[in-house]
Design a protein around this ligand. Sequence first.
Ligand code: BGC
Length: 348
Amino acid sequence: MSVIKSVFPTTLKDGRTSDLVTLKNKNGMTLEAITYGCRVTKLLVPDKNGKLGDVILGHKTLAEYQKDYQGAIVGRIGNRIANAEFSIAGTTYKLAKNNGENSLHGGPTGFSHQIFDITEINDSEEPSVTFSYFSEDGHEGFPGNMTFNVTYKLTNDNEWKIKYEIKSDKETIVNPTQHAYFNLSGLHNQNVHDHYLRIDAEEFTVSDEKLIPTGELAKTLNTDLDFTAERLIGDCIAGNHQHLKSCNGYDINFCVKGNGLREIAELSHPDSGRRMKVYTDMPGVQLYTFNQDKAGINKDGSEMVMHGAACLETQFYPNSVNTPSFPFETLKPNETFISETIYKFITD
Ligand code: BGC
């Protein structure tokens, strides 16, 4: 219904500014996104009484966003690459080690920390914005000049649609994801223990203590990782599963069932009546429950709390490039990587 372009208040540490685009649909659902990392800085969705609330954590200043991945598009490779290296066709590529010995979220100057161009704005019934970034051959060690486009669209069914269209002039790898920190209560200094979650996965990728998959898939069924039926997060997050103990919560990739664009998960908050359905064409989703205390200051000035959000990061499994049994393909020149994820909001 409307698109407004402005500038996000405050600057990056080097003084650069970031443009801000506000999309609004006919129901008042509103998405604000900035060109710095395509970060979604606000997402207003109605509760059961029609009252809008901001369901995404974030900050007041760009300098704070520079320290984390909140609301960002993460890439070239979301999640981890073991030993920060991989090979394609006999050539080994080395990346920065920014997570112990491993590479995380595309490296220190990955997409989440770059300023994108706005290349298309569609001010129609269902407004959208396309952000683009040209990542040079060798950027963070990855091969190929890459043209990366991501489009955010709001539909009148209260869907936030994310579409990636990515090209490279050399064979390369890519695994983009959206790193929104959701709290459907609209309150940012409360944990998500009162949220229910369903994930359509009977298996997860077993990982070592550094969160690198061993290659083994294990069953979720009848464990604290079993979300095949809707379940209260507070009832299982303090469970005895070794994974929960070592991560202080969930930080794990689920192997979601099915192929193609399909519903794979649902997060809901009974008090507000807000419910978010997740659709993707990817084989995995990383559930990260923000297992950090006092990680920063919220937009409203309050302190961020342990388990203050749930991230549902749709993606290929972590370290897929080095794990031949995982579903993954390289991106070849003359091909376009196209992928979609949808977060759809309804109320009870
Ligand atoms: C990772 C976490 C990491 C977080 C940072 C998640 O995708 O799995 O281990 O701490 O991102 O924002």
